[in-house]
Design a protein around this ligand. Sequence first.
Ligand code: SF4
Ligand code: SF4
Ligand code: SF4
Length: 166
Amino acid sequence: MSTSRRGFLRGRFRFDPDVQRPPWAIPEGAFEDQCTRCGDCLKACPPAILVAAPGGYPVVDFSRGECSFCGDCVAACKAQALRRADDAAAPWQLKAAIGDTCLAHRGVECRVCGEVCGEAAIRFRPSRGGVAQPLFDAARCTGCGGCQAPCPTGAIAMKNEVEMSV
Ligand code: SF4
Ligand code: SF4
Ligand code: SF4
């Protein structure tokens, strides 16, 4: 049976590149074939940031909180759609991206994202005669998503590093 036919029978939905699979998910095409939509990863996630998207496949919802990279979702996935090759395997390629609605960019004092980031990936650089501006250090950012929900203007999105570089 063709992959597309199998996908149709399993209720596969067109993948939205803006949705984020759980950490350590196998590549997308294989993921949809292997994930049984059992929901075990959703139940295993301590901060409950995993939700079922239309079609039943799990995605991360950073409006609910941040990923601690505890690995409980991976341990719960019997189908091995979430799989950690070794201890050094990166969970994903996500990085925070600060958009145009950032208050500091618009001349309004705000340092919320810098205050919540435990990795010090967002620091504030004093600006002579203006408000301090966020300085993002991609090398420090783990893509945990912890800065997204607290941003008062929704200026932060989690983006795939590969997409950002094209
Ligand atoms: S690694 Fe832990 S916090 Fe992150 S999605 Fe999996 S269960 Fe949730
Ligand atoms: S535990 Fe694995 S098989 Fe079950 S829904 Fe989550 S990713 Fe899919
Ligand atoms: S995603 Fe996490 S590590 Fe990256 S800037 Fe936001 S809070 Fe810091």
